[in-house]
Structure formats: structure tokens, C-alpha cells
Design a protein around this ligand. Sequence first.
Ligand code: ADP
Ligand code: MG
Length: 271
Amino acid sequence: MTEAPHTLLSLAHVTFRYRAVPALNDVSLDLTRGEILGILGPNGSGKSTMLRIMSGVLHPQSGTVDWLGSPLSRVPRTVLARQMAVVPQGGTIEFPFSVMEVVLMGRAPHLGGFAFEGDQDVQVAEAAMRRTGTLDLAHRCIHELSGGERQRVILARALAQVPQALLLDEPGAFLDIRHAVELYDLLRDLQAEGMTIATVLHDLNLAALYCDRVALLKAGRLVRLGPPAEVISYATVRDVYETEVYVDTNDITGAVNVLPLSRVYRERLKR
Ligand code: ADP
Ligand code: MG
């Protein structure tokens, strides 16, 4: 038996431009099997672009992207969809599908040709909905949900794919504090079952609490990569986000806490 490769996804010297707009500059990074990798950085630093490169939606102008040791661009989409699932930023569904229909779409890569979903697909979809707390919404129209509910449905669709890796872009963006921690707790549970996860997130505190490693981007460059306790420091956060913050260690979790400061206090620190 051959051992499963240690690296699932590997970016090497990736540079990407949208026409004239540079978005990523010489980024190299491996996604290691079984980890939760957080992708952090200020607005416009290239986080979503990096995730789109990792999922093969965008192709870099230079550098390489390998999935399980082969060029990602050569992996057929249907094969990839059985191995990797993506939860895009603020994902919208164009047509008025029911929640159940949306989640069942996650089964598509597992169906042959024009086959319809069977009982087993429905069971997998229901299990995904149960885990994301969306089973009660099964018969609602996707357009009639709140942003947070829709986000959890899109996560359920991704889980219905039963992938090896899950790529998420700000999955907590529309979630209240309880639903946010429940989402990240679920990611931890999935990790314990063998899933590899890369997630863009804005919240440095959640990153510190849940990620094994974080990649910190600034203006398209990967400026830091490592455990959150090393990367999310006062000096680094202040330099990368260009604002004064309050950084402390949480008494309960031992994780770093980053809090904003209003202008009065920011200016006091400047003196
Ligand atoms: P983030 O997710 O960190 O906020 P993005 O990856 O979305 O950043 O964007 C990185 C840079 O690329 C920004 O300057 C942004 O304006 C630009 N950009 C993003 N998407 C597009 C696009 N579709 N066309 C042109 N420029 C884009
Ligand atoms: Mg983004």
C-alpha cells in the first residue's frame, strides 16, 4: 500500500494579475494533509484570488499549482469535484432552488452521466444538512434565507461532495457569534475525520483559535506563514493592517486576542 501524500496542494512562485491589476506576487505555499490553514490579510490583499487559484478557477500567469503531485489544471473537473469542495465568498444561487435541491447538487460529481440522485445521495445530503443545522430548511427556497442560513446551506452542499479538502472564503462572514463558533467547531470535527481545510477568514481571533497555520498576505505577497501564535503578534498585525490594535493572550484558551482601538486610543499610542 502506498502512503497518502503529505502535501495535497502545492503553490510554487505563483503570480497572478487581473489584466493590469496585480493580485498575487510570487506566492509559495503547501496545503498539508489534515491541517486547517487560515488565509489572512487586509481587504484586497489577494486572499480570494489565492483561494481561486487553489481551486483551479483561476490559472496563474507564472508559477505552478499541483494537486496530489500533478498540475491542477490537468485534473478533470469531475475528478477534482470528488476530491475538493469550495465554499465561495458570499455564494449566491441564481435560480429559486429549494435548499434540498441545492445540497443535492453536491452529489453531481458522484453521479454517472445523466443519472438522477438515488436514496443514498439523499441520505448523504441529509447528513450534510444535519451537520450544518440546515435540515429544517430543506424545503425552503434558497432565495428566502438569511445570509447566514444560505452560507450554511452552501457549506452543506460542499460536504455532500464528500471531498478530501474543503476550501472556504470567509465562511463566517454572515454568521453571528454562535453560528460562527459552531461553523469552526464543525470544521474541527471534519478535520478530526481526516478532512484538510483552507479557509480565508477576517477574524484574527477565530484564526488564532481554530487554525493550525495561518498565511498572512499583504498586497499580494505572502508576508508570514506559520502557527497563529507566531504570526498574529502585535507588531505584525500593526504593520500588515496599518492600524494600532490591542493584543493580549486569552486566559481561557491561551490563544492570542486582537482587539480594535478607536481613534482616541490609536492617537494616544502614536505620541
Ligand atoms: P481579498 O480577497 O484579500 O480582499 P482579492 O483577491 O479579492 O482580495 O483581490 C486582490 C486584488 O485584485 C485587489 O486589488 C482587487 O481589487 C483585485 N481584483 C479582485 N478581483 C478582480 C477582478 N475580477 N478583476 C479585476 N481586479 C480584481
Ligand atoms: Mg476576498
